[in-house]
Design a protein around this ligand. Structure first.
Ligand SMILES: [Zn+2]
Length: 114
């Protein structure tokens, strides 16, 4: 089987474990991977930061009981949190950095600060 450079697709000659035709291609390929990983992390960090900002906003104004609809209107993304815990009665508390939120029913959440 002909082996090809992972970066430019040129046929490879020499050692069988060779993946790149030259150092330039190796660096270019690794830089691309690194950049993609960074972009992915940045995207998630931004989501978490946005969620935290929303929790902070309502916590600071003393409105610690908020509706799911309100959070959604604020573009809160329920898919992202930093951790969660379930107590012995099965109640889940989600954490977003120093803020926490837990559902009191299907429509409302309570926001807490740790
Ligand atoms: Zn190459």
């Amino acid at each position: 089987m002909e082996r090809k450079c992972l970066e430019c697709g040129e046929p490879l000659v020499g050692r069988s474990d060779k993946k790149f035709c030259c150092d330039m291609c190796r660096n270019a390929w690794h830089n691309k991977i690194y950049r993609n990983n960074n972009a992915f992390m940045t995207q998630i960090n931004n989501k978490l930061a946005q969620n935290r900002r929303i929790l902070e906003k309502y916590y600071e104004t003393g409105e610690t009981k908020v509706s799911r609809v309100l959070l959604e209107e604020e573009r809160f993304d329920f898919f992202y949190f930093t951790s969660f815990e379930r107590n012995s009665s099965g109640k889940i508390t989600y954490h977003c950095y120093e803020y926490s939120y837990s559902p009191v029913n299907s429509y409302n959440f309570i926001i807490l600060r740790n």
